[in-house]
Design a protein. Structure first.
Lengths: 219, 455
């Protein structure tokens, strides 16, 4: 039998280009793909949802401009059940410590708030600009409404949650855990660039939609 | 069908072609998948995405371990597609071994994923509540929990110790359920995994890659089985060779289209009630020709024992051929062929394929004279090729030398050993001894070839 058939196991030595090309091409494709992703941002999903489904209630009060002279606590929601003392300015109250209060929550029927998180501004006392309530973002499990505050330079500096679904124990638990993280993220990034917390994806979508609506309404 | 074969001139089957892929391609694909998977996670925030608390850290870790776990699973599935590209490069034995390693890696990552998830979820409500949410509270998590359990059980059943406790049937059917387990677990990745739930592009990539691999499995793995079923062979002759050793010749009108090479093996399943679902690997024991495929089978286990008792005329479905340990490896060099017990089968097929320039030396190790088969055939083949045969028969304790495959003994017998290509077939312990001995005697490791005895 002729011996010139290609052997199974033996290949001719590949050229350098043949060896390197696949890696180069695939790395380029991979890097290109990853950079095309939405990133730790609002994501097109959340925003599209706002645009196509009227989950933002148009009748809801969209802005409450507070009197600039009003002291901070007056701007806070009245039904604060979880947050003991909303502090402004220099408090860097850790998010996680506010969360374990969760199991106490479900008793209240009225909207409750998650722990308000206040970032420590680089310039203390600057967080005294407009206070703006967001539209209510409706989603699968209920409604999320936020209250935001801006510095005089129009930078987002504080977010508190006015309303979140509290009819289910799981909802309360998840939101008590996730919303403070979203608050912290939003304030840290001064934007709606927030990463979803595992298990709180729906809340994330509503939160981002609400926050983005406020930010879009700002000059 | 003797009439048909007598009309056609007998010729050797064409050799399966060389695989087009290279090691570097495999590395590039694995690197690409890892880059994208870790890249998705990193781009969505990675470790530093949000906050600094232990909860957020655990969430990030549970995401990345989950993603890598899936990647290991997907790569493991690619290996069992038996796609010719990979099979002809590495051989089915090595692919299945890597499949096993990836399976274990996947399960370790899965356990980490579970630990990190429970940790992350237990902060608001305690471990008990976390477990409750993760096994049913959250949408699709009940499904996922069952799927996870299946995947872990399958891995456990494939660990050497458990595998040995189980019958083949039991192991095989448990193993098949892994498809169900993986499908059940997939749901939560898309619905709850924030990397995919909130990013359309990432989600479509992830769904797409799963669809591609499913189609690949259907096409390559199950398609090749269907193809083998549509062109079954039949037993043309059964010859008693030695005690417990039988050679079986399979013929069929479709052999013309087969591509096979000496040294390869087939997965054979008898189309007989109670056996049709079970395929076992057997090596060719002669150069495959259009006149038939010969297999030399030793009754070692229940399945091979049944194969030695097969009746002439029985239909056999032959999947394959597989394996890359073929005499092509010898090339223009000289050869040393070492056979242990029934490993003589593939050695005969190598010999037939070799040319006189290889001056083959055959070492034939067997435990007793009763086991020796094909000896006359080998002597004739070797004579035609300017080679010689050495037999080494008897229980190990009665041999003249303590280790017949020590470099000293090998070199004394074969002074030009270092210039030869060594091919071994036989029990694992002997294969290892030969590999060790010939390496120490100066044979470069790329010139030592053996099929892993994985069955």
């Amino acid at each position: 039998m002729s011996q010139n058939r290609p052997p199974i196991g033996r290949q001719s030595k590949p050229t350098f280009a043949r060896q390197v090309m696949p890696a180069v091409v695939l790395t380029a494709v991979g890097v290109g793909f990853v950079s095309m992703l939405d990133g730790a941002t609002t994501g097109s999903v959340g925003l599209t949802a706002v645009a196509t489904n009227p989950i933002v209630d148009p009748n809801a009060p969209t802005t409450i401009v507070a009197d600039p002279n009003t002291t901070a606590p007056a701007a806070q929601p009245t039904n604060t059940t979880l947050a003991p003392t909303p502090v402004q300015g220099n408090s860097a109250a850790p998010v996680a410590t506010a969360a374990p209060a969760a199991p106490a929550a479900p008793a209240t029927a009225a909207p409750i708030t998650a722990a308000p998180v206040t970032a420590a501004p680089s310039n203390p006392g600057a967080c005294d600009g407009d206070v703006v309530a967001s539209p209510s973002a409706q989603f699968r499990y209920g409604v999320i409404q936020l209250q935001t505050q801006f510095t005089t330079a129009n930078v987002l500096c504080n977010v508190t949650v006015l309303q979140f679904p509290n009819d289910r124990r799981t909802s309360v638990q998840i939101n008590n855990y996730a919303l403070p993280i979203y608050n912290q993220e939003a304030v840290q990034n001064h934007s709606a660039k927030i990463r979803a917390v595992s298990g709180a994806t729906y809340s994330w979508q509503a939160y981002v939609a609400a926050l983005q609506a406020v930010l879009d309404s700002r000059p | 069908m003797p009439q048909r074969t007598s009309r056609m001139p007998i010729r050797r089957l064409r050799s399966p072609g060389t695989s087009l892929i290279r090691d570097t391609d495999v590395g590039a694909v694995i690197g690409f998948l890892t880059l994208v998977v870790v890249g998705i996670w990193w781009h969505h925030g990675g470790m530093i995405g949000f906050g600094n608390s232990i909860v957020t850290k655990m969430t990030a870790l549970d995401q990345v371990t989950g993603l890598l776990c899936s990647e290991a699973g997907l790569l493991g599935l690619i290996l069992v597609t038996r796609t010719p590209l990979l099979e002809r490069k590495y051989g089915l034995d090595r692919l299945l071994n890597w499949h096993r390693i990836l399976g274990v890696a996947m399960s370790l990552l899965l356990i980490l994923h579970i630990v990190f998830s429970v940790w992350a979820w237990s902060t608001p409500g305690g471990v008990f509540n976390a477990v409750k949410s993760l096994t049913g509270g959250e949408s699709y998590m009940a499904l996922t929990a069952v799927g996870t359990l299946i995947v872990l059980l399958v891995t456990l059943s494939s660990l050497k110790w458990f595998r040995n406790q189980l019958s083949y049937e039991m192991w095989y059917f448990v193993h098949l359920t892994v498809y169900v387990g993986l499908a059940m677990s997939f749901s939560h990745q898309i619905v709850l995994g924030s990397d995919f739930a909130t990013d359309k592009l990432a989600r479509w990539f992830w769904v797409g890659i799963h669809i591609v691999i499913i189609l690949w499995i259907i096409w390559s793995r199950w398609g090749s089985l269907v193809k083998a079923c549509t062109r079954p062979l039949h037993v043309a002759s059964v010859t008693h060779e030695a005690q417990g050793v039988t050679s079986v010749v399979l013929q069929g009108s479709h052999l013309q289209q087969h591509r096979a090479q000496a040294g390869q093996f087939y997965l054979l399943r008898q189309v007989v009630r109670g056996r049709w679902w079970r395929a076992n690997p057997f090596s060719l024991s002669s150069v495959p020709t259009t006149a038939g495929l010969r297999f030399t089978i030793k009754a070692r286990g229940e399945a091979s024992e049944a194969m030695t008792r097969i009746r002439v005329g029985t239909k056999v479905i032959a999947e394959g051929p597989y394996g890359v340990c073929t005499p092509d490896a010898v090339g223009e060099k000289k050869a040393l062929l070492v056979a242990g017990g029934v490993g003589i089968g593939p050695i005969v097929s190598y010999l037939e394929h070799l040319t006189p320039s290889s001056e083959p030396i055959v070492l034939y190790r067997a435990h007793s004279n009763k086991e020796v088969s094909h000896l006359e055939e080998i002597e004739a083949l070797v004579k035609e090729r300017n080679g010689r045969v050495h037999t080494l028969i008897g229980p190990r304790a009665k041999l003249k030398v303590a280790d017949p495959f020590s470099p000293k003994v090998l070199l004394k017998l074969i002074p030009d050993l270092a210039d030869r290509v060594v091919m071994v077939a036989g029990p694992e312990s002997m294969v290892k001894a030969v590999q060790r001995g010939s390496k120490a005697a100066g044979v470069p490791s790329e010139n030592i070839h053996a099929e892993r005895a994985w069955w």
